[in-house]
Design a protein around this ligand. Structure first.
Ligand code: SF4
Length: 255
């Protein structure tokens, strides 16, 4: 995309949602860090359900360590990979107490040194808790960037590097939220809802998904196919009946 198209792309996403943010619920940077670690390969909704009662009583790394791994495992057992995640959350809480006075560090290096914290998690925390202009590339951002031609890349690192280079001000701080939300609710994985997309004319994806009323419903298509094959069968039967009748009415050549 040309720079002016990229600007227009984000201008429209921003117009549609002026104050985007993460859908993960948290009350402070520590809770956000825990929620993001728990959200790997899980939905934000499932993490929120498990974390609401947990965060009502656990607000600091010290409280989490005192709570203990077994109790944490039980509290998050509805989230995928909860065994490993419980281990990581306790270990990262211990590391925060030992190395950062119980605070969440503000650098990528220090965040990524924590157990269970990768580049994407560090980017989300730096952006959402500390207002840094970082570009967390999750499955939605990766898909949207490749599908639309905004920032195509074979790996998440490649897509992130491209976003870093091309996203203009004043959209840098919230760009990744707009892209996540756009991917989650409009440019969906299985069927992008192009007919109601605000950036349809800027997007390189073809073919565009038409509105539901212009699409043939699978049941209607099945009925149409059944109808035409039934018509063909009936036609076939009529033709063979006629030919049978003709042959019955023909005089036999046999003596
Ligand atoms: S037009 Fe369709 S494919 Fe392109 S960004 Fe919009 S929803 Fe996604």
């Amino acid at each position: 995309m040309k720079p002016e198209e990229v600007f227009e792309y984000f201008r429209r996403l921003a117009e549609a949602n002026p104050s985007p943010t993460t859908e993960l619920e948290s009350g402070n940077p520590y809770q956000l860090l825990v929620a993001v670690v728990l959200s790997a390969q899980a939905t934000d909704a499932s993490v929120n359900i498990a974390c609401r009662p947990l965060f009502a009583r656990i607000k600091t790394p010290r409280q989490m360590v005192d709570f203990g791994e077994e109790a944490l495992r039980d509290a998050i057992k509805t989230i995928g990979l909860f065994n490993t995640k419980a281990k990581n959350v306790i270990a990262l809480s211990e590391a925060l107490i030992a190395n950062h006075g119980g605070d969440v560090p503000r650098t990528r290096e220090a965040l990524q040194a924590l157990p269970g914290v990768g580049r994407k998690t560090a980017n989300v925390v730096l952006n959402t808790a500390f207002g840094e202009e970082t570009f967390a590339v999750d499955t939605h951002v990766f898909r949207v960037c490749n599908r639309t031609g905004l920032a195509p890349g074979k790996t998440v690192d490649e897509v992130e590097a491209k976003l870093e280079k091309l996203v203009p001000q004043p959209f840098r701080r919230d760009a990744h939220h707009w892209l996540i939300l756009h991917g989650r609710y409009t440019c969906k994985a299985r069927l992008p809802e192009c007919w109601r997309c605000p950036v349809i004319d800027l997007c390189r994806y073809k073919p565009k998904t038409p509105p539901p009323e212009e699409r043939v419903k699978p049941s209607a298509a099945r009925t149409a196919i059944r109808g035409s094959s039934a018509a063909r069968t009936a036609k076939g039967r009529t033709a063979s009946t006629r030919s049978a009748n003709r042959s019955r009415s023909r005089p036999s050549r046999l003596p």
